[in-house]
Design a binder for this molecule. Structure first.
Ligand code: AMP
Length: 221
């Protein structure tokens, strides 16, 4: 089982859900750039203050801020992680390669979650999020037992402000313009694994296990 992955894909493709599954099943630490930024915002840190306007507009937070944040996170995890939502620009991908080189932790694979725009919009308008830990529900496919309440911690769920139609359209556009080249970056590096994000949660999880297991065994040969 490889332990160093990045998850690439547009908002709503299921990256966070799959990262949490890997964390629960295999103890692989989930590092979610969006969750970390939202926690900084909620805590009113300097980083949160600097990131706020970009996030509100659905734009990317500047590379230098996000790279420094991920660097701090990586220091705390001894080489086993799945990074979800980062890198989102080629400059971030290059910076991540440098950081991983310094640690001697080569990436096992970059998983690309593929999905069409209409499905993503439908998914995100039905998404409810636990703001305390980033866990998500979908009122159509995976509703909480009590509407608006998290099954596990019993606290309120919210609809993210940046999942509203205008900001969402911007985030999808930013993905096409700025993150699509990152997919090519990993394809060229021979690390890219394509996943049909519209399959069921279990089918996507199985595909990731199979594909990344193959990566690990081919490295071992
Ligand atoms: P997410 O929850 O991954 O959709 O991220 C929410 C927002 O956080 C994005 O719309 C960006 O404003 C910001 N963000 C998250 N990850 C990154 C990243 N790798 N680079 C720049 N901005 C990011």
């Amino acid at each position: 089982m490889p332990v160093r992955l990045v998850f690439l894909g547009p908002p709503g493709a299921g990256k966070g859900t799959q990262a949490r599954i890997l964390e629960q099943r295999f103890g692989v630490k989930q590092i979610s750039s969006g969750d970390l930024l939202r926690a900084n915002l909620a805590q009113g840190t300097e980083l949160g203050r600097q990131a706020e306007q970009y996030m509100r507009r659905g734009e990317l937070v500047p590379d230098s801020l996000v790279v420094a944040m991920i660097d701090r996170e990586l220091q705390q995890h001894s080489g086993a992680f799945v990074i979800d939502g980062f890198p989102r620009t080629v400059a971030q991908a290059e910076a991540l390669d440098r950081l991983l080189d310094e640690h001697g932790w080569p990436l096992d694979a970059a998983i690309h979650f593929q999905a069409d725009r209409e499905t993503l919009i439908a998914r995100l308008s039905a998404r409810w999020t636990n703001p305390r830990n980033g866990r998500t529900y979908n009122t159509l496919t995976n509703p909480p037992r009590v509407p608006g309440i998290d099954d596990e911690d019993g606290g309120p769920l919210v609809q993210r402000e940046d999942d509203q139609p205008d900001t969402l359209a911007k985030r999808l556009e930013v993905f096409e313009l700025q993150t699509q080249p990152v997919i090519e970056y990993y394809r060229k590096a021979g690390k890219l694994v394509e996943v049909d994000a519209l399959a069921s949660v279990d089918a996507v999880a199985a595909r990731i296990n199979k594909a990344t297991g193959a990566t690990a065994s081919s490295e071992a040969r």
